[in-house]
Design a protein around this ligand. Structure first.
Ligand code: NAD
Length: 279
C-alpha cells in the first residue's frame, strides 16, 4: 500500500450480523476501500447483502478466504466469523502477509500463540479484541481497579440467542484482567473472615453457580432482545458494587473496529484488547 492511498479492506464473515455492519461501515470511510467480502453463504455466487450507500464500487464477494486472497490485493482483513472457523481464516490471512483484525471470540491462548508465530513468519500484523465497544473496555479497566479491594466478584454476561460461545470472550478476559491486576486481592477470600467467604457449592451443583474462570464465577444468559451486556458484581461485608455495560446496538463496536483497522500495521507485537489502542 502506498502512503496516502486508501486501505484495502476485506471483511470475513461478511454475511453475518457483525460482518454486514463492518462491511457497510468500512465502505463509508474515505480512507478505506472495501475490496472483498467473504462468507460461505456466497460460495454458490449468491447476492452480497445490502452494504449501504457507501459500498461503491461493489466489493468482490467470495465463498472462501483463500479465493479472496488469490484474487484481490488486501491490506487488512477483518474477521467476524465463528469460533470454529476463525483460526483457519486468520491463519490463511497472515500466511498471505495480510494484516488481521480479529473480533471473533473463542480463540484459545494456544491458538493465539500459534497465530502469533504465523504472523512473525510472514511479517504481518495481528490485533485481536474480544470487545470493540469503548464502554466494555472501560468496564474492564474499572473492574481491575475494584479487584484491588474486593476479594470476591462474579460476572453476569448477557447476549442474544445467536451467540455460539459461552462464556463470552469479554467475560473471560475481564476475569483474567481482574485476576492479573496489580495489587489484585481477588481469590483471597479464603484468608478473609468467614463472613466474607463465598457461598458453599455442594457437589453436583456447579452449573448453577456458573463457570469458575480465574477465580471469578461467570454466569451466561442467552435471550432474545439482548445484544451484548456485562455486569461485574463485587461483594464485601455489608455492601456490593455493580459495574455494568450495555451494547444496545452493534454500532457500539464500529469505532473500535475502524481504529483497529487504521492502527494494526503499526503494531510491533500481536496485541489482544482494544484498551491497548486507547490513549
Ligand atoms: P453471525 O453468526 O451472525 O456471523 C458469522 C458469519 O461467519 C456467518 O455469516 C457465517 O456464514 C460466517 N462464516 C462461518 N465460517 C466462515 C468461514 N470459514 N469463512 C468466512 N465466513 C464464515 O455472528 P456475529 O453475531 O456476526 O458474530 C461473529 C463473531 O463476532 C462471534 O464470535 C461473536 O462472539 C463476535 N463478536 C465480537 C464482538 C467484538 O466486539 N469483538 C462484538 C460482537 C460479536
Amino acid at each position: 500500500m502506498s502512503e496516502g492511498s486508501p486501505l484495502r479492506v476485506m471483511v470475513i464473515g461478511a454475511a453475518g450480523r457483525m460482518g454486514q455492519l463492518t462491511a457497510a461501515t468500512v465502505a463509508a470511510e474515505d480512507d478505506m476501500r472495501l475490496v472483498a467480502v467473504v462468507d460461505p453463504v456466497w460460495a454458490e455466487g449468491g447476492q452480497v447483502a445490502a452494504l449501504g450507500a457507501g459500498a461503491e464500487p461493489r466489493p468482490a464477494s467470495f465463498g472462501a478466504v483463500q479465493e479472496a486472497l488469490a484474487a484481490d490485493a488486501v491490506d487488512v482483513a477483518v474477521d467476524f466469523t465463528v469460533p470454529d472457523a476463525t483460526f483457519g481464516t486468520v491463519s490463511a490471512v497472515l500466511r498471505a502477509g495480510v494484516d488481521a483484525v480479529v473480533g471473533t471470540t473463542g480463540l484459545s491462548a494456544a491458538q493465539i500463540d500459534e497465530l502469533d508465530g504465523v504472523r512473525r513468519a510472514h511479517k504481518a500484523h495481528l490485533f485481536i479484541a474480544p470487545n470493540f465497544a469503548l464502554g466494555a473496555v472501560l468496564l474492564m479497566r474499572f473492574a481491575q481497579e475494584a479487584a484491588r479491594y474486593y476479594p470476591q466478584a462474579e460476572i453476569i454476561e448477557l447476549h442474544h440467542t445467536g451467540k455460539i460461545d459461552a462464556p463470552s470472550g469479554t467475560a473471560l478476559r475481564t476475569a483474567r484482567l481482574m485476576r492479573e491486576a496489580e495489587g489484585s486481592v481477588l481469590g483471597t477470600a479464603g484468608e478473609a473472615p468467614a463472613s466474607l467467604a463465598g457461598a458453599p457449592v455442594r457437589s453436583g451443583e456447579p452449573p448453577s453457580r456458573g463457570l469458575d474462570a480465574d477465580g471469578v464465577r461467570i454466569h451466561s444468559v442467552r435471550l432474545p432482545g439482548l445484544i451484548a451486556h456485562q455486569e461485574v458484581l463485587f461483594g464485601a461485608e455489608g455492601e456490593t458494587l455493580s459495574l455494568r455495560h450495555d451494547s444496545t446496538s452493534r454500532a457500539s463496536f464500529m469505532a473500535g473496529v475502524l481504529l483497529a483497522v487504521r492502527r494494526v500495521r503499526t503494531l510491533e507485537e500481536t496485541v489482544v484488547g482494544l484498551e491497548h489502542l486507547l490513549t
